[in-house]
Structures are given as C-alpha cells and as structure tokens.
Design a protein around this ligand. Structure first.
Ligand SMILES: Cc1cc2nc3c(=O)[nH]c(=O)nc-3n(C[C@H](O)[C@H](O)[C@H](O)COP(=O)(O)OP(=O)(O)OC[C@H]3O[C@@H](n4cnc5c(N)ncnc54)[C@H](O)[C@@H]3O)c2cc1C
Ligand code: SF4
Ligand code: SF4
Ligand code: SF4
Length: 371
C-alpha cells in the first residue's frame, strides 16, 4: 500500500507537488490527521504515528495516475481541453459587483446568485485576511462571498499582495469547517490542480466531497512567488513603481494597471523566474475538470471568458443569464466567443507543450529536492 511516504519520494522530491492540499485535507478529514501543511503550504508528516497506511493521500494526488482514467470518464473528458459545452464572454450585471473583480466579476455574481436563490449554503473562496493577505475561506454569508471577489490591493505592499493573490491556496483545507458546520451544498472555487484533486476524492466517494455541489475553476498559467529583489527587478524592467499600481490581472500577458490609466503588459515568460517550480510541469490551463471555468484571456478588459463544461454548469449559467450576469454584446463583436475560445486554446496548447517538454527533461535528471 502506497502512503504519504511514497508521495514524498515520487512527488515532493522531484519538485512536482502543486501544494493543492488534497492529501492533508483528506488525511485530516478521514483519519487521525497524520499530515499537516507547513507555513509555505507544503504538506508534511505532522505525526507519522497517526498514519494508518490507508493510501488515500496517494490516490487523490493529481500527480498520481491511479484515478486519471476514472475522472476523465466521469467528466466525459475529450482532447485537447476537456469537455466544452459552450464558450462565452460575460460580466456581472451589477456594476458594483464588477468594482473589485479580477475581470468581469462573473464568479462572484454566479456564487451570489446561487446563494440568493437558496441553491448553495456557502462557497469555498479566498478572502482578504489582514491588509495584504488572502486566505482560503468558507463563506457562508452574502457579504463574505462578495468580499472574496478578485482583487485587493495596497499601494505600499503591492507585490506582497499580488503574490498572495496568485498563490495556490489550499482551499480544500476549508472542507473541515464545512463538515463541522454540517453544510451539504457548497461551491468550490479553485485552480486546476485543486479541482483535479477534488475530482479524485469524488471518484473514490470519500466524505466530505459529497458536500461540494459545484466546482468553479480558474484558468491558470502558474502560481507566482518572489523575493523583494524580484519585485524591484520587475518594476525596473518594466518601468513602473508599485506605489502607482491600481490593479493586476493575468490574460495573454501579466497586466499591471497604473493609477494614471497606463498599462504595462509583461510577457508571462518574463515571470518564469518567480513561478513555482511544480507549475512548470502542469498541463492544465483551463481547469478541465470543473463545471465552469473562468479566465481573463481572450476577453475585453472588464469581461471574463467562461467555459461551460457540464450540464450542471450549463443550468447554473442559464439561470443567472440576464439576471445576475450579462454576455458580451454580439453587436459590438459577433466573433467574441470564437475569439475567446481561440485565445484560450492557444494558451492551453502552449502550457501542455511546455509541461510535456519539461517532464521529458525531468525524466532524464536524477531526483533532487525542490521547494
Ligand atoms: C493563480 C492564478 C493564476 C491565474 N492565471 C490566469 C491566466 O493565466 N489566464 C487567465 O485568463 N486567467 C488566469 N487566472 C484567472 C483570473 O485571474 C480570474 O480569476 C478569472 O478571470 C475570474 O475573474 P472574475 O472577475 O470573473 O472573478 P471574481 O468575481 O473576481 O472572483 C474570483 C474568485 O476566485 C477566488 N480566488 C481568487 N484567487 C484564488 C486562488 N488562488 N485560489 C482559489 N480561489 C481563488 C476569489 O475568492 C473569488 O471567489 C488566474 C487566477 C489565479 C488565482
Ligand atoms: S493515514 Fe492515509 S491519508 Fe494519512 S498519511 Fe497515512 S496513508 Fe496518507
Ligand atoms: S500535489 Fe497535492 S495531493 Fe499531491 S502531494 Fe502535493 S499537496 Fe499533496
Ligand atoms: S500551474 Fe496552476 S493549476 Fe498548475 S500546479 Fe501551478 S497553481 Fe496548480
């Protein structure tokens, strides 16, 4: 029976741990809690004597192929980017809902619509935690869901904030409070690796995955962290000061919006030096196992590209259409949906190619420990 020990050898040592938190969450929820996350969100043994060698952590890890075929079958996955029922571009209907959003505020608008119509009891999101931090949060009130929208910026700590925002939070840590509170209908918002780990839990029928009713996935080109020197380098290389930054988001490029209305568009390759190591081996750009995926790529500023993947996702979107959200007007650009789909497809292809090449290279290298 493989256990967390095997995850250390096969996943952590080669540097492939996404820090999705899946292993820790389930060890804690189901067993005696042998695992814990360190301060950087990396899983480790908290108390190895509590390991009952059930093997669940091993099976749910997105880096382990055991359940890959099953989750693909369940999702009716097809190449190249998983099941796609419809691609569109949309934004929150309420201008107030777009104010703090990353892009068009569609995720928050859909969550609020589901909450207001009594279809979910809460949502696992991330929220500001102190002035410059975001933490995973089980939001069970309307205000909490709204406050978790997109962007949160402080001029004096801009980069710190940005790194918190674009980090992979172990959102599924919030499963424990969900169980304690007895919630049965919760929406999960997460990066592709988090959604993938969740689908593996679901495939095994492990509690509390049955309490998650819908998965909203974020497009993801990588998770970025960087030092003070890296921050200074980015600002110097691209001629801006962090004190002048109003908002940051990721589309085809890393976009820095300045207070004076100017924009800096930084090629994503220029951020490679601060990308988390494991992200170089990740092939999922569009959260292929979610019910609906969201990103900024391919959409005009202030709008979100939306991929509806499952009948559940389609029903949720249809119910919110023209009530909580509005679609991009075809009169402005009849090709808006196909252009968004094309941009998404190209970015996804690029990420898959990069991951395949890097994995091939990794196969030739001796195992070494990376963070
Ligand atoms: C690490 C990361 C990388 C991304 N890379 C790309 C990219 O390369 N290309 C692209 O087109 N889009 C990317 N996105 C997605 C994009 O930034 C927006 O989240 C998306 O377009 C939805 O915008 P919105 O305005 O509709 O969402 P909003 O209404 O602003 O809601 C966003 C929701 O996501 C939650 N959230 C924010 N950060 C995280 C997180 N780290 N983990 C879990 N939940 C979170 C918030 O709590 C909120 O509920 C990335 C997002 C993240 C977090
Ligand atoms: S008890 Fe099970 S889930 Fe926890 S570390 Fe051991 S094998 Fe993994
Ligand atoms: S990728 Fe996720 S499940 Fe696998 S070891 Fe890392 S945190 Fe655990
Ligand atoms: S690129 Fe995104 S989805 Fe992939 S491992 Fe990194 S954070 Fe997770």
């Amino acid at each position: 029976m493989e256990t967390f020990f095997n995850l250390i050898q096969e996943v952590q040592k080669p540097g492939l741990c996404h820090r999705c938190g899946g292993c820790v969450t389930f060890c804690t929820a189901i067993n005696f809690g042998a695992l814990e996350l360190d301060d950087d969100g990396k899983p480790r043994y908290g108390d190895i004597e509590k390991c009952i060698e059930c093997g669940l952590c091993y099976s749910i890890c997105p880096e382990i192929n055991e359940l890959e075929e099953e989750i693909r079958r369940e999702a009716a996955w097809s190449a190249p980017d998983g099941r796609i029922i419809e691609t569109t571009v949309a934004r929150a209907k309420d201008p107030a809902g777009r104010k703090n959003a990353t892009d068009g505020g569609v995720i928050t608008a859909l969550l609020l619509h589901l909450f207001d119509s009594g279809r979910i009891d809460g949502a696992i999101v991330t929220k500001p935690a102190g002035p410059f931090k975001r933490r995973p949060c089980l939001a069970t009130a309307r205000e909490e869901i709204a406050d978790a929208a997109g962007f949160y910026f402080d001029t004096s700590h801009g980069m710190k904030h940005m790194s918190d925002k674009y980090i992979t939070y172990s959102s599924i840590e919030e499963f424990a409070p969900m169980v304690t509170k007895g919630l049965r209908r919760v929406a999960l918002v997460g990066t592709p690796c988090q959604i993938n780990a969740f689908r593996r839990m679901e495939a095994m029928g492990i509690v509390p995955s049955d309490s998650i009713t819908v998965c909203f996935g974020l497009f993801c080109s990588g998770n970025f962290t960087f030092t003070d020197e890296d921050q200074a380098k980015l600002a110097a290389d691209h001629d801006f000061s962090w004190n002048d930054v109003k908002k940051i988001n990721i589309k085809q490029t890393f976009m820095v919006h300045l207070n004076n209305g100017e924009k800096r568009q930084i090629p994503l390759e220029d951020l490679d030096f601060m990308k988390r190591y494991a992200c170089n081996y990740c092939a999922d750009y569009t959260a292929e196992f979610s019910d609906i995926s969201f990103g900024g790529i391919g959409a005009a500023d202030g709008w979100t590209t939306v991929i509806i993947r499952t009948p559940l996702g389609r029903a949720i979107f249809a119910d919110a259409r023209n009530r909580a959200i509005e679609e991009f007007p075809a009169s402005d650009n009849p090709a808006f949906a196909s252009e968004a789909a094309g941009a998404m497809r190209r970015a996804s292809e690029k990420k898959k190619k990069m991951a395949a090449e890097n994995r091939q290279e990794l196969g030739a290298k001796p195992v070494n420990i990376k963070n």
